[in-house]
Design a protein around this ligand. Structure first.
Ligand code: NAP
Length: 247
């Protein structure tokens, strides 16, 4: 079987994940586009990659479901023979104050964000360990460090992703598998499009550069960390937020 440089991007049908998939494809990776429900959007990302001369396959599945993750990873490895990069990007938010939060709102966010990152990292990590090579890149959030009203579930999931990154990086370092985490703040996407003008103004006030980050800003950092030349960079936390100033 011909071995091709391959990357799996979870939650790549839209937003940040779609841009990460496109940028990695431009760097020569064949891309596994994971998504949950929005097949048409995932299909459009694959078409875009193909129009750039790249290769992509659609990998539907819930990252919080072990059977789904096994099937996603097996399909990718069957097609391309190996897996060089995993980007744990799939994530959701269900915002409500903690005192009113239902168990379902807690479980769904922790399930997709944290358990999803755990399952994908574990299953892909086993393959990368055998390969003695690979880069796992997790996407956390500034909310996992600062907390935010109405986002206790989301904050907890993202804080744990930072902790999981450090633990897994130590375990996989002897196998030459690197694990790093990117901490974005405010990135223009479906997740942030409903911010009120007032909330947006408050956000922009905390960013000296005066603009929200873009998916492209994050995708560039992912490509940097994916690069095999970065072999001595693991277990690190990378803030891509142009320095949020805390009052
Ligand atoms: P988004 O636009 O809402 O896209 C979410 C993606 O995740 C979609 O592709 C969605 O698939 C997929 N997804 C959701 N649940 C899934 C599941 N159970 N299994 C597999 N895929 C699933 O989100 P985004 O704003 O691009 O955010 C991407 C990541 O960056 C998230 O981890 C988020 O927490 C983090 N982040 C975002 C911001 C921001 O300002 N936007 C800031 C900090 C961190 P479908 O399209 O099929 O639903």
């Amino acid at each position: 079987m011909k071995l091709i440089k391959a990357a799996l991007v979870t939650g790549a049908s839209r937003g940040i994940g779609a841009q990460i998939a496109i940028n990695l494809a431009e760097k020569g990776y064949a891309i596994g586009i994971n998504y949950s429900k929005q097949e048409e959007k995932a299909f459009n990302v694959a078409k875009k990659i193909e129009s750039l001369g790249g290769q992509a396959i659609l990998l539907q599945g819930d990252v919080a479901n072990k059977n789904d993750v096994n099937q996603i990873v097996n399909k990718l490895v069957d097609k391309w023979g190996n897996i060089n990069v995993l980007v744990n990007n799939a994530g959701i938010s269900r915002d409500v104050r903690l005192v009113n939060m239902t168990e379902e709102e807690w479980d769904s966010v922790i399930g997709t964000n944290l358990k999803g990152t755990f399952l994908c990292s574990q299953i892909v990590g086993q393959i990368m360990s055998k390969q003695q090579a690979g880069s796992i890149i997790n996407i956390a959030s500034i909310v996992g460090i600062t907390g935010r009203i109405g986002q206790a579930n989301y904050a907890a999931s993202k804080a744990e992703i930072i902790a999981l990154t450090k633990g897994f990086a130590v375990e996989l370092a002897p196998d030459k598998v690197r694990v790093n985490v990117i901490v974005p703040a405010f990135i223009g996407s479906d997740m942030t499009k409903n911010l009120s003008p007032e909330a947006l103004e408050n956000v922009l006030r905390t960013i000296p550069m005066g603009r929200m980050g873009s998916s492209e800003d994050l995708a560039k950092m992912v490509c940097f960390l994916a690069d095999q030349d970065m072999e001595y960079v693991s277990g690190q936390v990378f803030h891509v937020d142009c320095r949020i100033v805390q009052s």
